[in-house]
Design a protein around this ligand. Structure first.
Ligand code: SF4
Length: 179
């Protein structure tokens, strides 16, 4: 069988929804359609690591971007991406194409166009209702995606970014169709 020599990088939880913050698994049938489309198009799929799971574990609370916007978390993101950067460089050097990097909109880490924002800190049980309600979606990337974009830019590597919006996952399918 001939190799497609085409690859996509995907956020970890697209292939493993178990990695998500408890309770956040939505629209899995639609996600499966996205994965089926990637396979139909004969893309090799590289699963990126989950930056939150690998630092805070499976029992973590849901966070907002501001809570992850620290030098420590950004360093963690850089470190876990490094082996994947090496693969990207290696594949490209011998003619493989990295067709896209697919993130998860709304995530404080893997959001591409949208992330979640609030002024949260302290004991979860002490959060006042108005502090809880201050959670909003803003038009920015999450921290892991920001870190990846900066690294790729420094290496002059262009990879199209596609966002899976779990409220409207079919939008990502349309973009993947065009790859
Ligand atoms: S950090 Fe990224 S990979 Fe991990 S669960 Fe959140 S969106 Fe998925």
């Amino acid at each position: 069988m001939e190799r497609s020599k085409k690859l996509v990088l995907v956020a970890h939880c697209l292939l493993n929804s178990n990695s998500k913050v408890a309770g956040l698994v939505k629209k899995q049938e639609e996600i499966q359609k996205i994965l089926s489309l990637l396979l139909e198009k004969k893309f090799g799929i590289i699963q990126l690591p989950c930056p939150e799971l690998t630092l805070y574990g499976i029992k973590r609370w849901g966070h907002v971007k501001e809570q992850f916007d620290t030098p420590y978390y950004r360093r963690h993101c850089r470190e876990i991406f490094q082996p994947y950067l090496d693969q990207i460089i290696d594949y490209r050097a011998v003619g493989y194409e990295i067709k896209a990097l697919i993130g998860i909109d709304g995530s404080p880490s893997c959001g591409v166009n949208k992330t979640c924002s609030a002024c949260w800190q302290g004991e979860v049980a002490d959060l006042k209702p108005d502090e809880l309600m201050s959670l909003k979606i803003i038009n920015e990337a999450g921290i892991f995606i920001e870190v990846i974009k900066k690294i790729l830019k420094a290496k002059e590597i262009e990879i199209p970014l596609i966002a899976v919006d779990e409220e409207n996952p079919f939008l990502a399918r349309e973009k993947i169709e065009q790859l």
